[in-house]
Design a protein around this ligand. Structure first.
Ligand code: FRU
Length: 572
């Protein structure tokens, strides 16, 4: 049964599942032609129920094609979060000779250094492996599909009887020795272990390795493996969390099947209950030539300063064995509440670092007003580092590829806005909009000693409707802080659905720049070219159709303003 909320809050440019409940992005990989987006998914429940891996594919990161369930819940447990890597050379030995399917040779950029010979040579050094399986690829030919669950379309109810035999797909792309491999957590209340699975058809479905798990340390809070190829040390590196111990564990492998413990990082960071979904990536430092740093992301739930779930990050170095933070500072990826469990894309150059986060918070994601589908992703965002005005290396996040979605600009000429005045424009409903602007609030002459309100000007960006609802983003020039207020919207209220958030901007500056993307229930704001980011679910009871800019007790100058409707290329 669909309700009005299911339509009203369905975003247009943000990914959301056709039905059911979605949380973390999983297995993000660009295979040379296609972006894959797997995700934590129960196609049949409006809450986090029986977790499968949903799947969608895209060539532009906005127009997504829904694909069948890629990894099922099985008797071994639910399919929790994890990643996909490109085992181009079949170092895992999982891909039967000549039968591999996958992306074309010409575009794929997987690792090329680990061969079977290298694996054999290094075998003794991988003494502390987690399972005891011979590495010979010949043994793998006997591997049949071990996933007994169906791979039907998400709308097909799951059945356990009368399953059609899984026929090996015919490869349509040029042959490659290997293909896509998933590493993910199988979870039961008693145990969380890491599983390996290979895809015979370029990522549509995954077949479990027959000697799973590949990593079992006897814990029931050990999950969310993220694997990448570490070129300098010539091996695969897995980051995974011992979530209740608040530790990130690092493992190394050359064949993706045998994993050796390298080191642990932590406990470090926020208190909280569970550490989840770690990611480690080397990022460029903007404006500093070839300088880079390794950034370790760890999601924490619950325990966010804002409440519920949040993603923290550490800046430092990774030497192939351990992560060494540069200092003890913890960064947060967001100043609002609804960006969680981010995952970076695999198989992209570091200069194009890209991620999706789940647009939600565990405190209220299972109670939001839309019900037939729940959960969305952020827009795709690039990642880099930049020094802020205090010389701290900070994360920079920018939306990627909005330009391609822009329709005709909405005319809105604004230059000066006098004190105590404002300007407004109608905005289209039923589609996403992008607003960009730079604002300098006037210095207030003869400041009045009349309390906070009088100290300096405030500048407001307000989205509203005729029902008296408003969503405002405001800047206080005296303290150089920004706020976001979703409290005057009437579509949803819940004890944890916090109404207001704030963040400091450049100290002592009356100027800021901002890009806002508003798309049904999704509000994302990128301030000062991505140095501060706020991600917030918003639930107006009817669409917001008016945008106004208002100055309080000091005037302001608005520059570089642009306002666009955004549409997926598919919908044009
Ligand atoms: C994070 C998380 C992960 C887990 C998954 C289960 O949101 O709790 O730790 O793998 O969701 O759906």
């Amino acid at each position: 049964v669909r309700t009005q909320s299911d339509y009203l809050y369905r975003p247009t440019i943000h990914f959301s599942p056709p039905t059911g409940f979605m949380n973390d992005p999983n297995g993000l990989i660009f295979d040379g032609q296609t972006y894959h987006l797997y995700y934590q998914y129960d196609p049949f429940a409006p809450y986090a129920g029986q977790v499968h891996w949903g799947h969608a594919t895209s060539t532009d990161l906005y127009s997504w094609q829904d694909q069948p369930i890629a990894i099922d819940q099985t008797a071994a447990g639910e399919a929790y979060s994890g990643c996909v890597v490109l085992d181009r050379d079949n170092v895992s030995g999982l891909f039967p000779a000549q039968k591999a399917g996958g992306p074309s040779e010409t575009h794929a950029q997987g690792p090329v250094t680990a061969t079977q010979a290298a694996i054999d040579a290094l075998k003794p050094s991988l003494g502390k492996t987690s399972s005891d399986v011979p590495l010979s690829p010949e043994n793998m030919d006997a591997l049949g599909p071990s996933n007994s669950a169906p791979f039907g379309h998400v709308f097909d109810p799951p059945t356990t009887n009368d399953l059609p035999p899984v026929t090996p797909p015919t490869p349509t792309l040029p042959p490659m020795a290997g293909g896509l491999v998933a590493l993910y957590t199988r979870a039961t209340p008693q145990k969380q272990t890491q599983y390996l699975a290979w895809s015979p058809d370029g990522g549509k479905r995954f077949i479990d390795y027959e000697h799973n798990p590949v990593l079992d340390i006897g814990l029931n809070s050990f999950r969310d493996p993220k694997v990448f190829w570490h070129e300098p040390s010539g091996k695969w590196v897995m980051v995974v969390v011992k979530s209740r111990a608040h530790k990130v564990a690092f493992y190394g492998s050359i064949d993706l099947k045998h994993w050796m413990h390298l080191s642990d990082f932590g406990p470090a960071g926020l208190f909280g209950v569970d550490y989840e979904c770690p990611n480690l990536i080397e990022l460029p430092v903007e404006e500093e030539g070839k300088s880079t740093r390794w950034v370790l992301f760890v999601s924490v739930n619950p325990g966010a300063p804002q409440g519920g779930s949040v993603t923290q990050y550490f800046v430092g170095d990774f030497d192939g064995e351990r992560f060494i933070p540069e200092n003890t500072v913890i960064g947060l990826t967001d100043f609002a509440k609804d960006s969680y469990a981010m995952q970076v894309y695999e198989n992209l150059p570091a200069s194009e670092a890209l991620y999706f986060a789940w647009f939600g918070n565990w405190q209220y994601c299972e109670e939001v007003p839309n019900r037939s589908w729940r959960g969305l992703m952020t827009v795709p965002r690039t990642l880099s580092l930049r020094r802020d005005d205090m010389n701290w290396l900070r994360l920079v996040q920018r939306p990627k590829g909005l330009e391609q979605l822009r329709g005709e600009p909405i005319p809105f000429k604004v230059g000066r806005i006098g004190a105590q005045s404002g300007v407004q424009v109608s905005i289209p409903t039923g589609q996403a909009i992008e607003l960009s602007l730079t604002v300098t609030v006037d210095e207030r002459k003869n400041p009045q000693p009349d309390g906070n309100k009088g100290r300096a000007g405030r500048f407001l960006i307000v989205f509203s409707n005729g029902q008296g609802e408003s969503l405002s983003i405001g800047f206080d020039a005296f303290s150089a802080q920004l706020w976001l207020d979703r409290g005057d919207l009437h579509g949803f209220s819940q004890p944890f659905f916090t109404e207001r958030f704030s963040t400091p901007l450049t100290a002592n500056s009356r100027r800021f720049s901002m890009k806002i993307v508003l798309d049904a229930c999704a509000l994302e704001i990128f301030v000062n070219d991505g140095l501060s980011v706020g991600t917030a679910l918003v639930f107006p009871s009817s669409p917001l159709d008016t945008l106004s800019l208002q100055a309080t007790n000091a005037g302001a100058t608005v520059e570089n303003l642009s306002l666009y409707p955004l549409r997926k290329t598919m919908d044009r």
